[in-house]
Write a protein that binds this ligand. Structure first.
Ligand code: SAM
Length: 248
């Protein structure tokens, strides 16, 4: 049987594609990609041409069966996503699960991951942390999720996009308290890389005041609740978050 290589690609700076990643992508029969056009561009930058197969959330279950058949037939394949590490807020876990169930070797080629890159520069406790990925798009579900995280003592990490960064920061300030420390990591490894830190209320004010701070891609790293987190204060915020759903 072949090997399924899970290959990390850059999150912005193309210099972050590792030599081993390049070597692996060169060696496989085909590359499964979230967006084949995007990956074709990446490959052509490195002078590489390989057969590409689309693997995204809408076809993953069906594709996985066919890909596992090819792997069992002796072909090695690679999985990449548009940016960073596959499976981290990206497709792939169904394919990996199917490959493992079929006894196929699954091997990582590690590299960039936006969450870990952000954590590494945040200066917040990093011995224990929780990755929450993207918050729900619907305001009520988002607030509910945040309220349930208010007493979490570990450092929290979220992914966010440009069009919801203001709302998410505002909802976090409401659920966790405006004084909770956080770090907003924007456009990591890219031209406009910016890492802002401060209390949630201050970060929100900065993002509201400067449209440039709302552009690009974000990781939000939020300090966990302290030992002294007062149960009554948290309960008060929970109530406030619930009430605010009914406000305009
Ligand atoms: N698999 C990727 C990884 O390993 O980080 C994440 C894919 S997820 C669909 C895309 C999100 O990751 C963006 O919305 C943003 O929150 C975060 N992200 C990706 N690249 C980033 C960057 N250069 N700077 C900050 N955040 C980034």
């Amino acid at each position: 049987t072949g090997t399924l290589h899970i290959v990390a690609t850059p999150i912005g700076n193309l210099g972050d594609l590792s030599p081993r990643a390049l070597e692996t992508l060169k060696s496989v029969a085909a590359i499964c990609a979230e967006d084949t056009r995007h990956t074709r561009q990446l490959l052509s930058h490195f002078g590489l041409e390989r057969p590409l197969l689309a693997l995204h959330q809408h076809n993953e279950e069906v594709q996985a069966a066919q890909l596992v058949a090819r792997l069992r037939g002796g072909e090695s394949l690679a999985l990449v996503s548009d940016a960073g590490t596959p499976l981290v807020s990206d497709p792939g876990f169904r394919l990996v699960r199917a490959a493992r169930a079929a006894g196929v070797r699954v091997s990582p080629v590690p590299g960039a991951c936006a969450a870990i890159a952000a954590l590494s520069v945040a200066g917040l406790p990093s011995d224990r942390f929780v990755f929450e990925g993207f918050l729900p798009a619907k305001a009520s579900a988002r607030r509910e999720r945040l309220v349930r995280l208010a007493a979490e003592p570990r450092t929290l990490m979220f992914y966010e996009s440009a069009h919801r960064i203001q709302e998410s920061l505002a909802d976090m300030a409401a659920a966790f308290g405006g004084e909770r420390r956080a770090v907003l990591a924007r456009e990591l490894t890219k031209l406009f890389e910016t890492v802002l830190d401060g209390p949630l209320a201050a970060l929100l004010a900065q993002v509201q005041a400067d449209p440039n701070q709302r552009r690009g891609e974000f990781v939000l790293v939020v300090e966990g609740a302290g030992d002294d987190a007062d149960a009554q204060v948290i309960e008060g915020r929970r109530l406030y978050a619930r009430l605010s759903e009914h406000l305009p």
